[in-house]
Design a protein around this ligand. Structure first.
Ligand SMILES: CC(C)(COP(=O)(O)OP(=O)(O)OC[C@H]1O[C@@H](n2cnc3c(N)ncnc32)[C@H](O)[C@@H]1OP(=O)(O)O)[C@@H](O)C(=O)NCCC(=O)NCCS
Length: 280
């Protein structure tokens, strides 16, 4: 996908230490060029909070999000059939879905949703600035609205979701998907961190999942979070009979696992910014 004139808002970077205000649009610097998705970042300086803030937060799926979740699922898993019945899943006591929602939408109902008070995502430029970040964000919102038909202005914008089924002491990660235009910006990783944290909270012993043998990106993400191969399900995927790798964590309640998770989530925060996570 070619870059649009309006920058994506998924990678807003804040450089609080710099002295003057400047805005530049560039590719995500952390990514090697051959892996760069269509994702751009803005750097804005001056009058900014000290902490870098990720423009997406996690919270549980709500009824109003289900059309967007279905849209993301079609984008992330185009051959999946039948599609996930998200509305029904909301009543499934075994299932739990988390969504990555845009932070500035949340702020209108921040307290209603139970997020802790705290960092603000207001990065307004001074009046004499040639370009206001809020105007850029508002343009970007209009741009996204055209591309993401299931998102209605006024609703929380959802960039990705993760689903877990809880079975006895095992958490089964059934899906994680991010809209194509927001990939490569730490959202998938944020969802995985939130999912594992939730599984720890719910006293699961392990997290397990199936992943296509050809899906190197997802496997790389899961490897990073301590999932390792435990077997193969032959011809598991009905569209092309592709095999699935079964990947499972060690005991997620162990000190070793929790310490590693803390380390990785701190590294994620340092790289992508602080993010609220409401897990239930
Ligand atoms: C898999 C998916 C959820 C990752 O989400 P994302 O937001 O793009 O990922 P992030 O930016 O958070 O990256 C997290 C990790 O994923 C891996 N990753 C992401 N993009 C990658 C790429 N282009 N190449 C290789 N690895 C990549 C890396 O391990 C990365 O960690 P690193 O940055 O420290 O190397 C997303 O690509 C997606 O929705 N894919 C389609 C659906 C899917 O395959 N889901 C998994 C099915 S089991």
């Amino acid at each position: 996908m070619q870059p649009a004139t309006v920058p994506e808002i998924a990678c807003v970077r804040i450089k609080p230490q710099a002295a003057t205000l400047s805005i530049d649009v560039h590719r995500c610097p952390e990514r090697a060029l051959d892996r760069v998705p269509p994702c751009y970042s803005m750097s804005a300086v001056e009058k900014l909070p000290q902490q870098k803030i990720m423009p997406f937060a996690l919270r549980p799926l709500q009824e109003a999000d289900t059309a967007q979740a279905a849209e993301i699922e079609r984008d992330a898993f185009p051959t999946l059939f039948p599609p996930t019945p998200f509305r029904r899943e909301l009543r499934n006591r075994m299932a739990s879905y988390l969504v990555a929602t845009r932070r500035d939408d949340l702020e209108t109902r921040h307290e209603d949703l139970g997020f802790a008070d705290g960092v603000s995502y207001d990065v307004e430029a001074p009046p004499n600035s040639p370009l206001s970040i809020s105007r850029l964000l508002s343009n970007a919102r209009g741009f996204l609205a055209k591309r993401n038909a299931a998102w209605v202005q006024g609703q929380h914008y959802i960039a990705g979701f993760l689903g877990i089924w809880y079975m006895v002491d095992e958490a089964h990660l059934v899906s994680v998907g991010v809209r194509t235009e927001h990939r490569g910006c730490g959202i998938g990783e944020l969802l995985v961190i939130g999912g594992i944290e939730q599984a720890i909270e719910r006293a699961s012993a392990t997290v397990t999942l199936e992943v296509r043998v050809s899906n190197d990106i997802a496997q790389s993400l899961y490897n990073k979070y301590g999932f390792s191969e435990r077997g193969v399900r032959k011809g598991y995927y009905t569209d092309n009979r592709e095999d699935a790798l079964i990947m499972t964590t060690e005991d997620i309640q162990s000190t070793e696992f929790r310490d590693r998770l803390l380390f990785l989530s701190a590294a994620h925060q340092a790289r992508w910014g602080y993010s609220d996570r409401l897990l239930s």
